[in-house]
Structure formats: C-alpha cells, structure tokens
Design a protein around this ligand. Structure first.
Ligand SMILES: [Fe+2]
Length: 157
C-alpha cells in the first residue's frame, strides 16, 4: 500500500534501524559462511534461518510503502524513477534469495541438504554482498533526498 505521507523523524529512524538489522543479518551470514563445513553454530544457523525472510519482508514493505513514494514525489526525475525501479528489482531478487537461504539453512540443520558446502558458501556470500550493496545504494538515496530539501533536514535535527 502506497501512502502520501512524507518521511518524518520516526520513519527515518525506522529506516536506519532496519538497515542496521539487515547488516547484522549479513554479519551472521558471513560468520556461517566462514564456519562451513565443520564448524557451524547450530543456534546461529537456526536463528538466521528463522529471521531472514521476515526481516527482509518487513524492511522491504516499509521502504516500498513509504520511502519510494516519498522519493518519487520529491525528486520527480527520470533518474530517480530508474533508481527506484532498480531498488524494487533488487527487493524481488533478495526476497527470493532469502527464501532459498532459509530453506537451505534448515536443510543443513536437518542433515538433508543436497548442496555441496562450497555451493552453500557461495549462496550465502552472494546474498549478503548483494544486501550490503543494496543498503549502501539506499543510504545514498535517503541522504540525497534530505540533502535536496534542507528545510526537511532541519526539521529532523
Ligand atoms: Fe531496500
């Protein structure tokens, strides 16, 4: 659901908090990838397999309902529209990858993963590197949104 609401201070904090949680997830995934094949922390693996889809889902919905419409209204340029489409496409890819990661980690825990450890490692690394790049791009977009509108930036101070 799109809204006409402009991002306020609380929304900005939520966006930043969501990004921090995603970066924490990336650190956990990197730890799991580094621990393959014989030193896997089962508790961390279970925690990540349960958290990855709901976290991706919640953060993406918030951005698509609030950040992207606000950015689109505020910028109104072709470049911004293309950037938003690119970020939405990344959301779709990340969402599908998150489901694969969750299923793979659960299968690993159950001892029924048919993939090689190298493949699982590449899968985890590919995912968290993409999420980190996505967050960097989104952070730049958020910064540019507020840099363009100094009065809005001042309202947040
Ligand atoms: Fe995003």
């Amino acid at each position: 659901m799109r809204t006409e609401k402009r991002i306020d201070e609380l929304d900005l904090k939520t966006l930043q908090q969501n990004h921090e949680e995603l970066l924490g997830l990336c650190r956990s995934l990197e730890e799991l990838a580094d621990s393959l094949p014989f030193d896997i922390d089962d508790t961390l693996c279970r925690k990540v397999s349960d958290a990855v889809v709901p976290l991706i889902d919640r953060t993406q919905k918030f951005e698509e309902q609030l950040l992207f419409p606000d950015l689109d209204r505020s910028a109104g340029s072709c470049f911004t529209a293309m950037m938003i489409e690119r970020l939405k496409n990344e959301h779709r890819c990340d969402r599908l990858a998150a489901e694969e990661i969750s299923l793979t980690l659960k299968a690993l825990l159950a001892g029924r993963c048919g993939l090689s450890f190298d493949t699982v490692g590449y899968m985890l690394r590919g995912f968290f590197e993409c999420v980190r790049r996505h967050i960097a791009a989104e952070t730049a977009v958020i910064d540019s949104l507020f840099a363009r509108e100094p009065e809005r930036q001042a309202a947040l101070l």
